[in-house]
Design a protein around this ligand. Sequence first.
Ligand SMILES: Cc1cc2nc3c(=O)[nH]c(=O)nc-3n(C[C@H](O)[C@H](O)[C@H](O)COP(=O)(O)OP(=O)(O)OC[C@H]3O[C@@H](n4cnc5c(N)ncnc54)[C@H](O)[C@@H]3O)c2cc1C
Length: 464
Amino acid sequence: MASTTYDMIVIGAGPGGYVAAIRGAQLGLKVAIVEREHMGGICLNWGCIPTKAMLRSSEVFHLMHRAKEFGLSAEGIGYDLDAVVKRSRGVAKQLSGGVAHLMKKNKVTVVMGAATLPAKGKVSVKTDKGTEELTAKHIILATGARARELPGLEADGDLVWTYKHALVPPRMPKKLLVIGSGAIGIEFASFYNTLGSETTVVEVMDRILPVEDAEISAFAKKAFTKQKMKIMEKAMVKQLDRGKGKVTAHIEVGGKVEKHEFDTVISAVGIVGNVEGLGLEALGVKIDRTHVVTDEYCRTGVEGLYAIGDIAGAPWLAHKASHEGVMVAELIAGGHPHPVKPESIAGCTYCHPQVASVGLTEAKAKDAGYSVKVGRFPFIGNGKAIALGEAEGMVKTVFDAKTGELLGAHMIGAEVTELIQGYVVGRQLETTEEDLMNTVFPHPTLSEMMHESVLDAYDRVIHI
Ligand SMILES: Cc1cc2nc3c(=O)[nH]c(=O)nc-3n(C[C@H](O)[C@H](O)[C@H](O)COP(=O)(O)OP(=O)(O)OC[C@H]3O[C@@H](n4cnc5c(N)ncnc54)[C@H](O)[C@@H]3O)c2cc1C
């Protein structure tokens, strides 16, 4: 019979948990991972990956409509929503299966079932066959998060959806309300709007994509409005009256409540950590607004217990979860890893046009007391963007005027989610304006705009 004592047990097989398990195994630890539902977590099954598969369909659909611009012809352009969803589910399944394969390859024991922590160093797993008791000196909590539900705006799967329903929609919405304009809300708004839903986005803050630089939010608003999306800012959905096949939304805007009718609502008002039912309170784990409180090394304060990824708080991103997983596994194996720097984690939104950023916005840099130098470069000034037929967008860079440190970079436009990594590497290497200006960027590429934006910050821009 297999031993139930491990060096490290990971609870949750999302991008935080499974990556931690692999790194632990690489370092010679005996590792088990417990998962109650699906290998790959939200990211692979209901988050990052299936949304990108859906968005790819809407992107191709959009391009097909532009065929003429490229000297091509395409007639009878349409879509089959079931087929779009089937492709997305297939991509998710393929990757989830890939994670199972990686566990096997790395000799990580997988225990399928729901875990609880009955005592320090102990994990109890309810499996199909009964309860398995496991022990380990080190336990990593990576149980992730789920959609936040606001009272009165709860999802019902029919008229009101969470991201899960929106990924396997029962129908194509005709009139869609998206509540919340963070990355998840905007990605779904972009997908459904492109496929023809009459889409309204309601955002309580004074601008959409509120964590982004204000100029990027404004640019995005203009681009979405051009695509006939309706954007309501400083607006709050107070109530949803659900009728037969329709929802009447009471939306407070400018001090007045307006009533608008929709046939579908997607609620994207944030997420809450999966902290319940694990036994965390009894162990003395501190929880702050549904997230486990940790130090910079993801330690919970309870000896041998760590929390990574979404359960440990913002930013709620897969790459943050994975990086924390690697860091904690290395710590457990006796290494001396660097803590993850939240300010160097890029955020990407895969709407059309895409949005990506890293570091401080211009406003935040100023609030932090920096005197800044700001550069901007528009896509219209870039040869590759024009050749691609993607001349809408901009790249903005923010530098510390005193030291030349790259404080932040903010982009909107085609493929910026791929480009941003250039600046992320720059920040990791503590780059300055000098290094970036001396870097030779290949031509013709969209990346040249990154160079030009830096040059612009120092009044040396060439192509505008
Ligand atoms: C629609 C959507 C789109 C997204 N797009 C992106 C994107 O483009 N880029 C990006 O970086 N991030 C994106 N995210 C966020 C990303 O999915 C999360 O940040 C990431 O999945 C967090 O990883 P995690 O390992 O912390 O948790 P999760 O991926 O949530 O995994 C946690 C796992 O733990 C399991 N679990 C929970 N409790 C227990 C228990 N008691 N016992 C056993 N198992 C348990 C769950 O079943 C789950 O599989 C998106 C999220 C959503 C919802």
